[in-house]
Design a protein around this ligand. Structure first.
Ligand code: PGA
Length: 265
């Protein structure tokens, strides 16, 4: 792995099924040009989409037969039961999902998701056939208090604890390089137009790479997220241990999302 870049789109609470269908129509047509102007025999990108749960069925229809992955932006830590308003990974799988997004800072901050809950969710992912993109990142206050590394370490430690406590699951995780894709998203850079500098990204990704290596997860992809767009994608994608991006705002239009891919070629 790591010979390709992962470009993941987080649509958040945007797009209806109809709008998703329109997006994919355009995206699939325009994406062909992107590949043919580069080296067609080489796979440069793995595209992933995280639409709202109501759009999953439409996404399945649109992406059927393609090599593009997708899945929900959140799942609950249980498969079924009396959990009003939650979404099940089993249902996501039935709708053809390949991945789920877990631990996005908006889930942590706006919906009070704790490290404990996220750890339970990761355990469920490990027991499923799906992969996940797991988000970590510090707030502005934590960065200003020189706590970035401490926070990243704590988030990873807490996230992995229920898996590590189960030797079979931990072994399974270490044997599957892309089972968990980690996404470093400094909270202060999400949706704000503030991008972390190349130096800040490099330092965080180096740290995370070393940390993940200490867990036997050196091969896990490490994405950056936070106000990524075509203008900054090239520089950021060349930083060691940046294996791709998780993109919010700029993924909503096919043109701006593909412009990121183009900038990375
Ligand atoms: P942004 O969002 O690209 O709009 O900053 C990224 C994210 O929330 O994953």
């Amino acid at each position: 792995m790591k010979n390709k870049k992962i470009l993941a789109a987080n649509w958040k609470l945007n797009k209806s099924p109809k709008q998703a269908a329109e997006f994919f129509n355009l995206f699939l047509t325009s994406k062909k040009d992107l590949v043919s102007t580069a080296n067609p025999s080489e796979k440069h990108f793995e595209f992933l989409f995280f639409p709202s749960a109501f759009c999953l069925e439409q996404t399945q229809k649109a992406l059927n037969g393609s090599d593009i992955g997708y899945g929900p932006q959140n799942i609950y830590s249980q498969l079924s039961g009396a959990f009003t308003g939650e979404n099940s990974i089993a249902v996501a799988a039935e709708l053809g999902s390949t991945h789920v997004l877990v631990g996005h800072s908006e889930r942590r901050q706006l919906f009070a998701e704790t490290d404990n809950l996220l750890s339970e969710k990761l355990k469920l992912v490990l027991k499923s056939n799906l992969k996940c993109v797991f988000c970590i990142g510090e707030t502005l206050e934590q960065r200003q208090g020189q706590k970035t590394e401490e926070i990243l370490k704590q988030q990873i430690q807490e996230a992995l604890k229920t898996i590590i406590a189960d030797p079979e699951l931990y072994k399974a995780l270490k044997n599957q390089n892309e089972k968990i894709i980690f996404a470093y998203e400094p909270v202060w850079a999400i949706g704000t137009g503030l991008v972390a500098t190349a130096q800040q990204v490099q330092s965080a990704h180096n740290y995370l790479y070393e940390l993940l290596s200490s867990y036997g997860l050196a091969e896990s992809p490490l994405l950056y997220g936070g106000s990524v767009k075509a203008e900054n994608a090239k520089e950021l994608s060349q930083i060691p241990h940046v294996d791709g991006f998780l993109v919010g705002g700029a993924s909503l239009e096919s043109k701006s999302f593909l412009a990121i891919a183009q900038a990375m070629l």
